[in-house]
Write a protein that binds this ligand. Structure first.
Ligand code: GLN
Length: 308
C-alpha cells in the first residue's frame, strides 16, 4: 500500500496549485466570507491511526454533511417508520429543488436532499422542544467526533435563518401534504442550526468512523446496527452528491456526502473514514477540489469499492 501520509501531502500540494477552485456558496451570506484557498484532508483508519494534511484542524461549516448524522439519529429514534415519510432514490435534481415534491405528493426522494433532510430533522424534533433537539444533534456530533470543541456557528445559523426562504418553502409545502409533524418555523430552526455545525477535517473523519466499521466507532463504541451503517453508506453513494451522485461514484467510487461549506465525508468500508474540505463548489453544489482530491486519493490507495 502506498504511504498514506505522503499521498496526502502530495494531494495538498497539488490542490494548492489549482487555479480553478469553484465558487464559494454565497446564498448563505456568512459562507461567502470563507477563503477559497483553504484546503484540508484527514483520513481516520479502522486501526485507529489518523493521517491529515493542509488545513485539517480548521473548523468549517459542515452544512449538508450533517444530514448523515441526523439520519443516523432519526433511524435510531423511529427506525424503519422513517421510510414512510422519505424515499431512497436519487433525485437527479438540485439539493434545494421543489419540483418533485408536487407530483410525489410531499414525500421527498431521499434523506440527503434538503426536503428529505427537513423531514428527518422533523422526526428528531417530534416530542421535544427545538432547543432540546438542537442539543441532541450537537451532543451526538460531539460524541462521534470525540471532541467537545465541536460547536454550532451561531452567525451561520442566523445568516441562513434570515435568508433560507426556499428551505422554508420546502417545509411549508410538505406540511400541506401532512408530511411535517411540527410547526414549520420550529423544524426549520432546528434544521438551520444542524447545518451550522462546525468541525475540522480531523474531527469529521473521526465522526464518520462508524460508517466504515459496521456501525461501531473505531474505539469499539456502538453507534448503530451494521444494517443501518450499510444502508446509510448505500444512500451516500447513490444520493450523497445530489444531481452529481453518479459522477461522484464514477470518479471516486466510494460513498460520500457533500455540503455547501465545501466539506465531504466519505467512507471506505472496512478501511477508513475520510474528510476533505475545499470551500469552492462546482455547478452541482459539491466541493470542486474536494471531489478531485478524493478521486486522486482513492485511485492512489486503491480504495474504490468497485475494484482497481
Ligand atoms: N444549509 C444548506 C441549505 O439548506 C445545506 C445545503 C447543502 O449543504 N447542500 O441550503
Amino acid at each position: 500500500m502506498p504511504d498514506l501520509a505522503a499521498t496526502l501531502e502530495t494531494i495538498v500540494d497539488d490542490m494548492r496549485r489549482e487555479t480553478e477552485r469553484g465558487a464559494v456558496a454565497d446564498y448563505i451570506p456568512e459562507l461567502a466570507k470563507i477563503d477559497p484557498r483553504k484546503f484540508g484532508v484527514a483520513v481516520a483508519l479502522a486501526d485507529g491511526r489518523v493521517a491529515a494534511a493542509g488545513d485539517c484542524d480548521e473548523p468549517f461549516s459542515i452544512q449538508s454533511v450533517s444530514k448523515v448524522f441526523a439520519l443516523t439519529l432519526a433511524l435510531g429514534k423511529i427506525g424503519d417508520a422513517l421510510w414512510r415519510r422519505v424515499g431512497r432514490e436519487p433525485s437527479g435534481n438540485a439539493f434545494n429543488s421543489i419540483i418533485q415534491l408536487e407530483y410525489e405528493r410531499g414525500v421527498p426522494r431521499n434523506p440527503f436532499i434538503n426536503a428529505g433532510a427537513i423531514v428527518v430533522t422533523d422526526a428528531i424534533l417530534a416530542g421535544h422542544k427545538p432547543r432540546e433537539a438542537i442539543g441532541m444533534i450537537l451532543r451526538f456530533a460531539r460524541e462521534l467526533a470525540g471532541a467537545d470543541s465541536v460547536v454550532i456557528d451561531g452567525a451561520v445559523a442566523k445568516s441562513e435563518s434570515e435568508t433560507g426562504f426556499r428551505n422554508v418553502a420546502l417545509a411549508a409545502y410538505m406540511k400541506s401534504f401532512g408530511n411535517l409533524l411540527n410547526p414549520v418555523d420550529m423544524t426549520m430552526g432546528v434544521y438551520f442550526h444542524q447545518c451550522a455545525i462546525a468541525m475540522s477535517c480531523r474531527q469529521l473523519a473521526r465522526a464518520g468512523g462508524y460508517l466504515a466499521a459496521h456501525g461501531r466507532q473505531f474505539d469499539g463504541h456502538r453507534v448503530v446496527t451494521p444494517e443501518a451503517a450499510r444502508r446509510i453508506n448505500a444512500l451516500m453513494l447513490t444520493c450523497g452528491h445530489y444531481a452529481a451522485s453518479g459522477d461522484f461514484a464514477f470518479r471516486v467510487g466510494i460513498p460520500g456526502k457533500s455540503g455547501v461549506g465545501g466539506g465531504v465525508l466519505a467512507t471506505v468500508p472496512g478501511v477508513a473514514s475520510i474528510a476533505v474540505w475545499s470551500p469552492g463548489l462546482n455547478a452541482a453544489g459539491n466541493s470542486l477540489l474536494g471531489t478531485l482530491a478524493l478521486e486522486r486519493l482513492t485511485h492512489a490507495m486503491d480504495w474504490s469499492i468497485f475494484g482497481d
